[in-house]
Design a protein around this ligand. Structure first.
Ligand code: FMN
Length: 210
C-alpha cells in the first residue's frame, strides 16, 4: 500500500458511520504521491463526511463531485445518505448537502442537522444547497433560503453555498414532471465544486480546523 493509499485506514477510522452504500473516496494518488502531514498521512489525517439529502439523485451526484474534489485535494471522505448516518464518530469535518424543493431542504438533510446539532457545532461544517435549474448559481452567490439559514446557525456552520441542480426530462411525479417540460437539464458544475472545495481545504488541516 502506498503512503497515500489509505482507503482501508479511512474505512476503519470511519466504520462507526459507514453502512452499506457509503462510498469511500481516497486522495488522488497521482496528484498526491507524497502527502503532507494533516492531509492523508499519519496521525494528522482529516476525515470528511459528505452527507446528503436527495430525492432524485441530483444532490447525491453533487455530493460525489464534492467527495471527488476532496480526494483530488488530498482529503479522504465518505459520501453517504444523511439518513444512514448514525453517529458522528471518527469524523473531523462535515459537509451537508440538501436538495431544495420549494425553498425547503430535503427532509433527510434537515433532520441530520437537527439530530447531530450538538456534535456539529464542535466541528468544521459547511452546508450546501442544490439547486437552481438555470445558470444563476454559477453567476453569483445565492444565499441560503430562510429555512437553510436557520440550519446554518444551528450547525454553527462555517459557510454555505448554492450549486446548480439537475432535473431529468422524464422526471416522475407532480409538479416535477410539469416543471421538466420547460426546466429539465443539469447545472451541476464539477469545476465550480472544485473551486469551492479549494476554498474550504485550508480549514481542514488540523492546524486550520479549529
Ligand atoms: C417540484 C420542484 C421544486 C423545486 N424547488 C426548487 C427551489 O425552491 N429552489 C431551487 O433552487 N431549486 C428547486 N428545484 C430544483 C431542485 O432543487 C433540483 O432539481 C435538485 O437538483 C433536486 O435534487 P435531487 O435530484 O437530489 O432531488 C425544484 C425542483 C422541483 C422538481
Amino acid at each position: 500500500m502506498s503512503h497515500c493509499d489509505n482507503r482501508s485506514t479511512v474505512s476503519s477510522a470511519l466504520r462507526a458511520v459507514l453502512v452499506a452504500g457509503a462510498a469511500v473516496r481516497g486522495p488522488h494518488p497521482a496528484r498526491h504521491p507524497a502527502p503532507d502531514q494533516g492531509r492523508c498521512g499519519g496521525l494528522g489525517v482529516t476525515r470528511v463526511l459528505v452527507a446528503y439529502g436527495s430525492k432524485r439523485r441530483g444532490t447525491a451526484g453533487l455530493a460525489t463531485m464534492i467527495g471527488d474534489a476532496l480526494a483530488e485535494a488530498g482529503y479522504p471522505s465518505v459520501v453517504m445518505p444523511a439518513r444512514d448516518v448514525r453517529e458522528l464518530v471518527g469524523v473531523d469535518a462535515v459537509i451537508v448537502a440538501g436538495a431544495l424543493y420549494a425553498n425547503r431542504w430535503h427532509r433527510d438533510a434537515r433532520r441530520f442537522v437537527r439530530r447531530h446539532a450538538t456534535r456539529l457545532r464542535g466541528l468544521p461544517v459547511w452546508l450546501v444547497s442544490s439547486g437552481p435549474l438555470d445558470d444563476s448559481a454559477s453567476l453569483g452567490d445565492i444565499p441560503p433560503t430562510k429555512q437553510v439559514a436557520k440550519l446554518v446557525e444551528r450547525a454553527g456552520a462555517r459557510g454555505h453555498i448554492t450549486f446548480g441542480g439537475a432535473l431529468a426530462a422524464d422526471a416522475k411525479g407532480f409538479p416535477a414532471s410539469a416543471m421538466a417540460k420547460t426546466k429539465s437539464g443539469d447545472w451541476r458544475d464539477a469545476e465550480q465544486v472544485r473551486r469551492w472545495v479549494a476554498t474550504i481545504v485550508p480549514q481542514l488541516s488540523p492546524a486550520g480546523g479549529s
